[in-house]
Design a protein around this ligand. Structure first.
Ligand code: C2E
Ligand code: MG
Ligand code: MG
Ligand code: MG
Length: 279
């Protein structure tokens, strides 16, 4: 049993940690099967321009439905995939599937929609990212300007020098780069200056408490001001209420995504949503 009493320095055994590790292990094992049997799907969450109220993009979010276990959250299986090495394959699958979806929507008569795809830090450190992006651009023929790669703050800081070069190479291809979950990790402002990026995503944890939480309000305002002076645009994650939306609009944040407008939905549902919203 876990024993962590008040003043004691010694932690014998943390049960919750071990359950987590076991769970990750079994999820990791199941992932191989899942990849083979194509149990993954991408869902798409709209991103809204705050000044026009229009959908300007979507973020592709991986969904895994296990035949027995049901829906498993990416917050669980992405870390497991990073641990067992499958993230490389899943990451490639996400990228190609999202880009193919752009072509499918286009064929259905939707205008070109900007697509954001999440990238794991492991895809940067492996050194394979730039080549796989090149290949996907080639294979699908999509406009690189319509693709944004979302990379978390913590993953770019892990190997910052490599990240600087990788982001430069991606930008040279015409692909956009956004820093995801900004503010949740240690970030060097020196690197922020050197990273060639287009967008900062304010983490949901700062948005949740708005507008009442004074500290969160101060932090969000500071992030927006800093981003703009460095030439980045800002998107707020996890906007759930009208007052949060208003706060973002009034403080000059360009875009938002969140349950207030829509959660991530399957591709067909998104096409419907778009048509309804823009007719
Ligand atoms: P993220 O990239 O920061 O994505 C935002 C998460 O917040 C998504 O969770 C989304 O469904 C959720 N969200 C959006 N709006 C709201 C809101 O208003 N309220 C609340 N409570 N939540 C909201 P999801 O889909 O569970 O994804 C979790 C994380 O898993 C993502 O965080 C991303 O880091 C990772 N992930 C998902 N798909 C992929 C992928 O294809 N590749 C990689 N490398 N990571 C992925
Ligand atoms: Mg993201
Ligand atoms: Mg995020
Ligand atoms: Mg987040």
């Amino acid at each position: 049993k876990a024993k962590r009493d008040g003043g004691s320095q010694v932690v014998f055994y943390d049960e919750s940690q071990s359950i987590e590790a076991t769970e990750r292990f079994s999820i990791g094992n199941n992932l191989f099967q899942a990849m083979k049997e194509l149990q993954f799907e991408l869902h798409y969450q709209p991103q809204i321009d705050l000044s026009t109220n229009r959908i300007v993009g979507v973020e592709a979010l991986a969904r895994w439905t296990h035949p027995q276990l049901g829906m498993i959250s990416p917050a669980k299986f992405i870390p497991a995939a990073e641990e067992n090495g499958l993230i490389e394959e899943i990451g490639k699958w996400s990228l190609i599937t999202a880009c193919q979806q752009m072509n499918l929507w286009k064929a259905q008569g939707l205008p070109s929609i900007r697509m954001s795809v999440n990238i794991s830090g492991k895809q940067i450190t492996s050194g394979l990212l730039v080549d796989s992006v090149k290949k996907v651009l080639n294979d699908t023929g999509i406009n690189p300007n319509h693709l944004i790669l979302e990379i978390t703050e913590s993953s770019v800081m892990q190997q910052a020098e490599l990240a600087v070069d990788t982001l430069k190479a991606l930008r040279a291809l015409g692909v956009g780069v956004a820093i995801d979950d900004f503010g949740t990790d240690y970030s060097s402002l020196t690197y922020l200056k050197r990273f060639k990026i287009d967008k900062l995503k304010i983490d949901r944890s700062f948005v949740m408490g708005l507008p009442e939480d004074k500290e969160d309000a101060a932090i969000v305002k500071a992030i927006i001001a800093m981003s703009h002076s460095l030439g980045f645009s800002v998107i707020a994650e996890g906007v759930e209420t009208e007052t949060q939306k208003l706060f973002m609009l009034e403080n000059g944040c360009e875009e938002m995504q969140g349950y207030l407008f829509s959660p991530a939905v399957p591709a067909d549902k998104f096409a419907e949503l778009w048509s309804k919203h823009h007719s």
